[in-house]
Design a protein around this ligand. Structure first.
Ligand code: 0A1
Ligand code: ZN
Length: 877
């Protein structure tokens, strides 16, 4: 363990910066061995900081070597500055000056993938959140906004493409035959939005005409062999640009918008001003190599990064505690965009299902934090599902409380009021409140209070007066550092159904409607619905109107009714999930108690009706048929018995398959589409239902089904069908599964993104030898510890495997801990993310829990990066 442990920083300590940087001029002299960066910072003391003689403290990194520093061209001798803990400290400064710094970098040795680094044969950057300090000394904080001019000098033969933010304003040869390019970005921005790319890249060009008739040049750059896979992303970009004009009145502001794909990237993509950099897995798409899910992901991420141009870049964050200001809002924007492009209900179900599985687990674990955290040790650890997904739910609730028109007035006011500023979540809410007149004072607690509220609902019906009463209680469990909680303002959308499933109108607070938004603001409240003839069935939390856990004692009959008849599509899915969860929980308990599994499945009746209703959207049918995942069942369980969860789920799936075998076969055949692949909502829906049906049908052990899996694998004209067949073979332990896996690798070994899918599937297999398989994968020629996508595929996939990861002797945990220790120094961000499955140790069955804890303690005894230290120490606290 280190002598002194890293310490936390606190939101309450925020102070405005003592200095400002009006202009930033950077020169990069790029070379494989060493890169020299010269910065000229036009600085002055910040008038709002107050009178001060405080020294100038610039952020830097241990990997940055300072060659020289000058103030107004006076070269500072060593006694006039010092470097301490990575920071450059200059005691005596004027009120206004130009600071010149020369630094030396070795991008080829940068394995952290923060700052300037190499990916394949290119140079690229990643500066969010605090990567810029690994390039040069700077005030690396988002409230220091500066106008950047960037000069790049490189050898043209190896780096013909030289890019940075803004517009290219100059290009010439230098005296020593290199190429020099100058980029100027007229919009002041924080350093985290800086970007640079240099490489031998192919480009796809296009144009977009904005609503005010300006022509914007669009360019997507990739390595040459990938340029045939960017058409979909380009179309998605144009759809995003149009949508942001229509839905939010936001037009693009520069004359050029560029996207570059890189293979080595810690996250999905980055919204650098005018020059987005993407993990190639989130940009490239072709029918042969990309599944439907990945197509939709490409579209959503292209949109997300583009939308940041306003929600993030034009209006940015004052400090990193406000991260959700840009991320929650931008996720809400991309979710709405995808819903508009495809199906609103399908998108909502997918997003909620993800939130309830992964964000709820985070909110119930040792890393639980508010959407606006009050403190952190390492900001990279706070790019979380809470900040992103729960943050988006908060914005969605504001949308529900204000209604569409007032929400738009609020976003207009927000963008206009704060254009060019670095602001806070409070500023966002204030704009929404000011534009709408809706009081959001209590609502704001959602930003500061962690944990998932539990809303418990009971009901009574008074037949004499025709009054139906819902009593709602809210309770948010304690989370680290927050032992007690205040009541939140929770919007709960509710409708009522009669016994045949027809919608009922009722009056609440003098408003008669089939659909009401109830405002739960106290710990306990009663809501009265009048004008009813008989006891209704409530459809609660329609559209998942708030990120809460709802408890209401539905009978199986109620759930079947909602599943088949509710006018709210989301709640039809939700009812089916609840029914499945109830049956699975019965089976899990039987498995834990060592009993023979048996269930009288009501779900089978619901599925039967669903499979014969041709009026339904096949994508929704597929979602309803998908049983709750092992991960979601683990989130619900306390303690978690991994083997029991696996066994119960497999049992129910086989039961349903056997009961409904003929229906699954028929549906498989009905939804098999011939013809060319298209990533349209309609075709995606058919493929999704077809493959879901096959995944059941094959469980019957029917020979035809087994043959069809093989045929589909061999003859598919698209990756969705081929990979579905492969996954079905693997998950159903098809006798040819191993052969198919081998054939798939042979077929696709030259397509790294496809190989990553193969790695993931291979690593997440449920069988006794899962750990041995994964160890083998780490030695496989397709694996590369330097590439985050490969690490995520293998180790992330392994973390999902109940049989491999949760091996009884703890060897799965030990293996993951070994890999975390290995990656800790090399790439702290990736190492830290790999810790997630281990952070759940307290929830596991006792025999496994101690083994996990032992591994966390072993990690903690190492010399750790801030990233891993924070997650592991908080998990053990
Ligand atoms: N702002 C990006 C996410 C991102 C965050 C950090 C990164 O590097 C460590 C990279 C990307 C987004 O929301 O898309
Ligand atoms: Zn984002």
């Amino acid at each position: 363990m280190k002598e002194s442990q890293p310490s936390a920083i606190f939101l309450k300590d925020y102070k405005v910066p003592p200095f400002l940087i009006d202009k930033t001029e950077l020169t990069f002299d790029l070379d494989e061995a060493t890169t020299i960066v010269t910065s000229r910072l036009h600085m002055r003391r910040n008038p709002t900081f107050g009178k001060s003689t405080a020294p100038l403290v610039l952020d830097g990194g241990e990997d940055v070597r300072l060659i020289g520093v000058a103030m107004d061209d006076y070269s500072l001798p060593p006694e006039e500055y010092r470097i301490s803990e990575g920071k450059l400290i200059i005691t005596a400064t004027a009120d206004k000056f130009v600071l010149t710094c020369e630094t030396l970098l070795e991008p080829q040795n940068n394995t952290r993938l923060e700052g300037l680094y190499r990916s394949s044969s290119m140079f690229c950057t990643q500066c969010e959140a605090e990567g810029f300090r690994h390039i040069t000394y700077y005030l690396d904080r988002p409230d220091v906004m500066s106008v950047f001019t960037t000069t790049i000098i490189a050898d043209e033969s190896r780096y013909p493409v030289l890019l940075s933010n803004g517009n290219e304003v100059e290009r010439r040869k230098t005296d020593d035959g290199k190429t020099l390019v100058v980029w100027h970005d007229p919009f002041p921005k924080p350093a985290y939005l800086f970007a640079l790319v240099a490489g031998d890249l192919a480009v796809k060009n296009d144009v977009f005409t904005t609503q005010s008739k300006r022509e914007v040049k669009l360019q997507i750059f990739t390595e040459t062999h990938n340029i045939d896979k960017v058409d979909y992303a380009m179309e998605a970009l144009k759809r995003s640009m149009r949508w942001d004009e229509e839905a939010y009145g936001r037009e693009y502001d520069l004359d050029i918008f560029m996207i570059v794909a890189v293979d080595d990237f810690n996250m999905g993509a980055m919204e650098n001003k005018g020059l987005n950099i993407f993990n190639s897995s989130c940009l490239l798409a072709s029918p042969e190599t990309t599944t439907d899910d990945s197509y939709l992901r490409v579209e959503a991420i292209v949109a997300h990064e583009y939308f940041h141009n306003w929600s993030g870049n034009r209006v940015t964050c004052r400090d990193w505690f406000q991260l959700s200001l840009k991320e929650g809002f931008t996720v809400f924007r991309d979710q709405t965009f995808s819903a508009d492009m495809h199906s609103e209900t399908v998108k909502r179900v997918e997003d909620v299902s993800f939130l309830k599985t992964a964000q709820f687990a985070e909110d119930a674990g040792p890393m639980a934090h508010p959407v606006r955290p009050a403190s952190f040790i390492e900001i990279s650890n706070f790019y979380t599902l809470t900040v992103y997904e729960k943050g988006a739910e908060i914005v969605r609730m504001i949308h529900t409380l204000l209604g569409k028109e007032k929400f738009r007035a609020g976003s207009d006011l927000y963008f206009n009021r704060h254009d060019g500023q670095a602001v806070t979540c409070d500023d966002f809410v204030a704009a929404m409140q000011d534009a709408s007149g809706v009081d959001l004072t209590q609502f704001k607690r959602w930003y500061s209070q962690a944990g998932t509220p539990i809303v418990t609902v009971t009901d009574t019906f008074d037949a004499e007066t025709g009054t139906y009463r819902l009593t709602m209680k809210q309770d948010t469990p304690a989370t680290p550092g927050q032992p007690t909680k205040l009541p939140l303002h929770i919007p709960i959308r509710v409708g009522l159904l009669d016994e045949l499933g027809s919608a009922l109108s009722a009056t609440v607070d003098n408003v008669n409607s089939e659909d009401h938004v109830l405002h739960l603001i106290s710990n306990e409240q009663v809501f009265e619905f009048t004008g009813l003839k008989a006891r209704p069935v409530p459809s609660l939390l329609r559209g998942f109107s708030a990120p809460v856990k709802l408890r209401y004692d539905y009978t199986p009959a109620n759930l079947l009714l909602l599943m088949s008849a509710d006018s709210d599509g989301f709640n039809r899915w939700s009812a089916a999930q609840q029914l499945a969860v109830n049956e699975l929980n019965t089976l899990i308990k039987q498995a834990i108690d060592g009993e023979t599994l048996s269930v009288n499945s009501q779900l089978a009746h619901g599925f039967k009706a669903l499979l014969s209703d041709v009026s339904l959207d096949p994508a929704m049918v597929a979602l309803v048929l998908a049983l709750p995942s092992q991960a979601y069942l683990s989130e619900l369980a306390n303690p978690i018995y991994p083997a029991a969860i696996k066994q119960a789920r497999q049992y129910l799936k086989a039961q349903l398959a056997n009961t409904l075998a003929e229906d699954f076969e028929r549906v498989y055949r009905e939804h098999s589409i011939l013809g060319e692949y298209q990533a349209t909502a309609e075709d995606i829906a058919h493929r999704s239902l077809k493959n879901t049906a096959l995944s059941y049908w094959v469980e019957t052990k029917d020979e035809t089904a087994h043959r069809i899996v093989l045929e589909q694998f061999q003859s598919a004209n698209n990756m969705t069908d081929q990979f579905s067949a492969l996954s079905i073979a693997v998950n159903s332990q098809h006798e040819k599964a191993a052969e198919l896996l081998a054939a798939f690798y042979e077929q696709w070994k030259d397509e790294p993104l496809v190989v990553n899918k193969w790695l993931m599937l291979t690593a997440s297999q449920e069988h006794d030898a899962a750990l041995t398989t994964v160890k083998g994968l780490m030695e496989h020629p397709a694996f590369d510890l330097k590439n985050p996508n490969k690490v995520r595929s293998v180790l992330g996939g392994f973390g999902q495997s109940m049989s491999g990861f949760h091996k009884e002797d703890g060897s799965g945990y030990r293996f993951l801990a070994d890999q975390i220790i290995l990656l800790n120094k090399r790439n702290p961000q990736i190492a830290s993310r790999l810790c997630t499955p281990l952070t759940r140790w307290k929830k596991l069955q006792p025999e496994l829990s101690v083994k996990m804890k032992t591994e966390l303690e072993r990690i903690l005894s190492e010399e750790l990066s801030k990233d891993v230290y924070e997650v592991v120490s908080k998990s053990l606290a």
